[in-house]
Design a protein around this ligand. Structure first.
Ligand code: NAD
Length: 295
């Protein structure tokens, strides 16, 4: 069993760390919010007082932080992960961050002889709790092979997407599809309403026709057809509109840097930006249908 340092014990990190504890690993965790580290201790882990304390002596360090700057600070800062771990420690960042930061931090780790993976996830808080996340992993074959048995304790589908940064590339491409498809499905339901077509009828037809997609059949943005979707609980998140906007912006930054043309991705980023500016950032991202409907 491994000694794991876990940094960033928020909505996702805490349940992920708890699944590692359940699997018999020992986990020392740090979060700038003491309450989060205390929650890990209550679940059988150890609350560390700093990044350095969480990383020292760990076989594996896992981070689950808000954005690229946090990841840079935690790994590269004074008393950060890179200066605190011993030789042979495997580093895994599961935050969703920009591809450039992921590659920069992995390169800095490599200059110290440390293997690092970017391993962002899909599946949300529900997937983190159930241990059914999808991991998209970038890094070397050897590091991936070492990480697999630990990632399997937190996720169900684990895909090696290629070299450093490719996990983040996969994540933002996937979420660009999701943002665009949620808007498309929402527009279709709003148009159906205006045309006098019942939402359940559109669902019955499109869920079995070429309009079928995850935003339609699993996360339907109108109440009724899919009882578990956030539309049935006043769009309580789930996956917040603010997080969708973050991922769409990351996709746009990456598209600009790589010279890729993504007009629908750009429009989706604009629509989510307006939705978030209207005060709906904490709402589930499928609530964008209300913005499209105009109320
Ligand atoms: P969160 O804000 O709940 O958790 C982040 C945690 O990091 C917080 O507890 C915060 O206190 C802590 N933190 C910030 N700076 C720190 C530092 N310097 N040292 C230690 N701890 C620090 O966010 P979350 O929902 O858990 O998301 C984490 C990451 O996972 C994000 O990158 C997000 O985009 C991604 N993600 C989230 C979801 C989701 O549904 N919530 C789904 C997939 C991916």
């Amino acid at each position: 069993m491994a000694n794991i340092g876990f940094i960033g014990l928020g909505n996702m990190g805490l349940p992920m760390a708890q699944n590692l504890l359940k699997a018999g690993h020992s986990v020392q965790g740090f979060d700038v919010s003491k309450a989060q580290a205390d929650a890990l201790a209550a679940a059988g882990g150890r609350a560390a007082e700093s990044v350095k304390a969480a990383a020292s002596g760990a076989d594996i360090v896992i981070t689950m932080l808000p954005a690229g700057q946090h990841v840079r600070d935690v790994y590269l800062g004074v008393d950060g992960v890179l200066s605190s771990v011993g030789a042979g420690t495997l580093l895994i960042d599961s935050s969703t961050i920009d591809v450039a930061s992921a590659r920069d931090v992995a390169a800095a780790a490599e200059t110290k002889g440390l293997a690092m993976l970017d391993a962002p996830v899909s599946g949300g808080v529900g997937g983190a709790l159930a241990g059914t996340l999808t991991f998209m992993v970038g890094g070397s074959d050897a590091a991936f092979a070492r990480a697999l048995s630990v990632l399997e304790k937190m996720g169900k589908t684990i895909v090696h997407a290629g070299g450093a940064g490719n996990g983040q590339a996969a994540k933002i491409c996937n979420n660009m599809i999701l943002g665009v498809s949620m808007i498309a499905v929402s527009e279709a339901f709003v148009l159906a309403e205006k045309l006098g077509l019942d939402a359940q009828k559109l669902f019955d037809i499109s869920s079995k026709s070429s309009g079928q997609c995850w935003s339609m059949t699993t996360y339907c943005p109108v109440p009724g057809p899919v009882p578990g979707s956030p539309a049935n609980r006043d769009y309580k998140a789930g996956f917040t509109a603010a997080m969708m906007l973050k991922d769409l912006k990351l996709a746009q930054d990456a598209a600009k840097a790589a010279g890729a043309t993504t007009p629908l991705g750009a429009d989706a980023a604009k629509i989510y930006s307006q939705f978030v500016e209207s005060g709906e950032g904490p709402r589930d991202f499928s609530g964008v249908i209300r913005f499209i409907r105009g109320g």
